[in-house]
Design a protein. Structure first.
Length: 438
């Protein structure tokens, strides 16, 4: 145990153990995409439960810090844990939330909580690795069907995504940065579509690109970024925003590289051939929306018992979006935000009832509206020399992405205003103060 400064009492060993437990819980929550305010409140809840009261938590994307100053004049303690991996595992996330709930209720001794948390971190993933690879490919296949591609295009998108994922995994094992992994994956996905156009296949080849792009877009990061910004956690929100920016930039670079090569080789590319999702509720569109949602849920390791609800969320967001844009003539970005708000409202309500984190349901459900088509159109227009219209399409894609995150948060905030959960009431939210922007 560290020596205490002169005139101060030594800190009890259980204080260190409780803080270590809270830090590990915070790392797991943040790595799975939880909002900063929830991570901070949960960590404080853990330390309070074991008598280490009035801790201060500082959370950012790369490190979590806890500080404790004993009220009786004991030695102050500051501990930090680095967050090196941010891999989503929603099955583990649910287990951590369940454990924290029991800890806060005072029913789990400190030693038992530490042992249970170790078992949670070492548990076998709920789905095998081959199914996770297949789920990414099924995202692409389902998205290509959603934007009007047929079975052959869906198969091409499946193969392109598998090739991209395996190439990314190969690069990751050799320590290549994730930016270049995503660039390679997007390039391979685009080249498959270019090949179909080159051989004059009688299919909507560009739909394969859209599917492959949607499988790479950071829907989880966009929701967390907007959530942190609205909650007043501006440092973390800025970090997440830059992470989204570099992820999207990597995808754009991959698409742009493939299209540049295609133009140089004389492949007959045309902006008129860019697929647009038919705004209809025909079975194939609903099947595509549900398929994207379910495949994304499996990729995020959502437990099987919640897959049905996530599929319903995918159908809901597509139905609301079609109704708003077709019958009410609502602009696309606004319709996207309102559709995401409906999912955020109902998904958060169900999550409270089922006692699971809301993002387990809301993040997969927004995937049918990810702006894959707009990104592909933007890069194609730029590659063909139409820079002005390409930048407009790119801005629309980014606006749509942010609208998804803001809409999900709007739905959750409506429930908070109607009467928040105990965790929500404990959160000290800086953005809730009436500063009027001063």
């Amino acid at each position: 145990m560290p020596a205490s400064p002169p005139g101060q009492e030594a800190v009890e060993p259980d204080v260190y153990r409780a803080m270590a437990l809270a830090l590990r819980v915070g790392e797991l929550l943040l790595g799975s995409g939880e909002a900063t305010e929830i991570v901070s409140a949960t960590m404080r809840g853990v330390t309070d439960a074991y008598g280490v009261r009035h801790c201060e938590a500082d959370v950012n994307l790369s490190a979590i810090t806890l500080s404790y100053v004993p009220a009786d004049g004991g030695a102050p303690v500051t501990a930090e844990r680095r967050v090196r991996r941010r891999l989503p595992d929603y099955d583990r996330l649910i287990a951590v939330h369940d454990l924290v709930g029991e800890v806060v209720a005072g029913s789990v001794p400190l030693g038992e909580a530490r042992s249970r948390l170790r078992r949670i971190t070492r548990r076998v993933p709920v789905y095998p690795n081959w199914l996770l690879v297949a789920s990414l490919a099924l995202i692409a296949s389902s998205a290509s069907i959603l934007v009007g591609g047929g079975p052959l295009v869906a198969a091409a998108a499946f193969v392109a995504t598998v090739l991209g994922e395996r190439a990314s995994a190969w690069l990751a094992r050799r320590g290549v940065a994730e930016f270049f992994q995503l660039t390679v994956a997007a390039t391979l996905g685009s080249l498959v579509a270019v090949l179909l156009i080159w051989i004059d296949a009688p299919v909507q080849a560009s739909a394969a690109v859209v599917g492959a792009v949607i499988a790479l877009l950071p829907g989880r990061l966009m929701v967390a970024c907007v959530q942190d910004g609205i909650a007043g956690e501006y440092v973390t929100a800025t970090g997440r925003l830059f992470e989204v920016f570099f992820t999207v930039t990597a995808v754009i670079c991959g698409i742009g590289l493939a299209l540049y090569l295609a133009v140089r080789l004389g492949v007959p590319l045309s902006v008129e051939n860019v697929p647009v999702a038919p705004l209809s509720l025909r079975p194939e569109q609903l099947l595509g929306a549900v398929g994207v949602t379910l495949a994304f849920a499996v990729a995020l390791l959502v437990p099987p018992r919640h897959l049905l609800q996530t599929g319903v969320g995918g159908a809901l967001i597509w139905t609301v979006f079609v109704e708003l844009t077709t019958y009410w003539q609502v602009p696309v970005v606004l319709a996207t935000a309102l559709s995401a708000a409906a999912v955020g409202l109902l998904g958060t309500a169900y999550a409270r009832r089922a006692r699971v984190p809301a993002l387990v349901l809301t993040v997969p459900a927004i995937c049918p509206l990810l702006p894959g088509t707009a990104l592909y159109r933007a890069m194609l227009e730029i590659s063909l020399g139409h820079t002005d219209t390409g930048l407009v399409s790119l801005l629309q894609a980014l606006s749509t992405a942010l609208a998804l995150g803001a809409g999900v948060m709007l739905g959750a905030e409506i429930l908070r205003a109607a009467g928040g959960t105990e965790v929500a009431r404990r959160i000290r939210r800086p953005a809730a103060r009436r500063t009027r922007g001063y």
